[in-house]
Each structure stands twice: as structure tokens, then as C-alpha cells.
Design a protein around this ligand. Structure first.
Ligand SMILES: [Zn+2]
Ligand SMILES: [Zn+2]
Ligand SMILES: [Zn+2]
Length: 144
């Protein structure tokens, strides 16, 4: 596993520091996006806040991860598809934010239509976010 993360860092000309590898490891492991407070908790004393902030910022700039703001305004991060680059993110996928468990899912398989903006508007980031109840929470609701 570790090898893969190291390759990602190498590809983006980033030094293989321990905080970078740890953060990448956590984010890649999760099926849903991970919130910043969550990351802080999992990393514990290993990585301080300032370092974490810097690592996330670098990863975002390099096109390794993308940020999703959840219902509460908290930043969440998910690993990007390999088509993202330093200057452009290509993950125009739908995000689903569950109102019950607050998890954010990257839904890559949902087709997203191209937006036709009026002339003069140049978009660099498009967010498609859907709020509702995720399969896990729907199931729990049925059982209750
Ligand atoms: Zn991206
Ligand atoms: Zn849920
Ligand atoms: Zn995503």
C-alpha cells in the first residue's frame, strides 16, 4: 500500500514526508470523504494542525485531493481521480452529503451535464452536491 502513496507523491514532485504519507493513507482508505476534524483526530499527536493544513493545501493545489464543504460548513477531503492535475481539477462528479451520518460520497458514476454559462463567465470550479439519506442510513431507518 505504502508504495502507491509514495508514487503519487513522487509523481507530483513532493517530498515523501511522514505527515504527507499519513494523510494520503487515511484519505485513500475511506470510501467517503474525510472531514478535517476527523483527520485531526485520527492523526492525533503525529501531525499538528498547521502541518495538516499545509499538507491539505499542497495536495489540493497539486490535484491529489479535492475539498467538499458539508452541510455544517466543515471542509471534507477526498482523493481525486488520476486525471486531476496541478492546475485543473477534473472531478466534476456528484457529491452526496447524507443528512443523517453527514458522510460525503463521491459518486463518479453519475453523469453530469455540462453547464452552459452566459458568455463572459469562466468557471474554474463546479460543485454538484446532493443532500439526502445514504444507503446505510436508509437501511438503519428501515430496520428501526
Ligand atoms: Zn481533483
Ligand atoms: Zn448516512
Ligand atoms: Zn469527490
Amino acid at each position: 500500500m505504502l508504495k502507491g502513496f509514495e508514487k503519487i507523491l513522487e509523481k507530483h514532485d513532493l517530498k515523501k514526508t511522514k505527515p504527507r504519507i499519513s494523510v494520503l493513507e487515511i484519505l485513500a482508505e475511506r470510501k467517503s470523504a474525510t472531514s478535517q476534524p476527523d483527520l485531526e483526530q485520527v492523526l492525533g499527536k503525529d501531525v499538528d494542525r498547521v502541518t495538516l493544513y499545509r499538507v491539505l493545501k499542497t495536495f489540493e493545489e497539486k490535484g491529489i485531493i479535492h475539498k467538499i464543504i458539508d452541510l455544517n460548513g466543515t471542509a471534507n477531503y477526498a482523493v481525486c481521480s488520476s486525471s486531476c492535475t496541478e492546475h485543473q481539477h477534473h472531478d466534476q462528479h456528484v457529491h452526496f452529503n447524507c443528512r443523517v451520518c453527514l458522510q460525503i460520497y463521491c459518486l463518479d458514476s453519475v453523469h453530469v451535464p455540462q453547464l452552459q454559462l452566459p458568455s463572459g463567465f469562466t468557471p474554474d470550479t463546479v460543485n454538484h452536491i446532493v443532500y439526502g439519506t445514504c444507503p446505510g442510513c436508509n437501511e438503519k431507518h428501515l430496520q428501526a
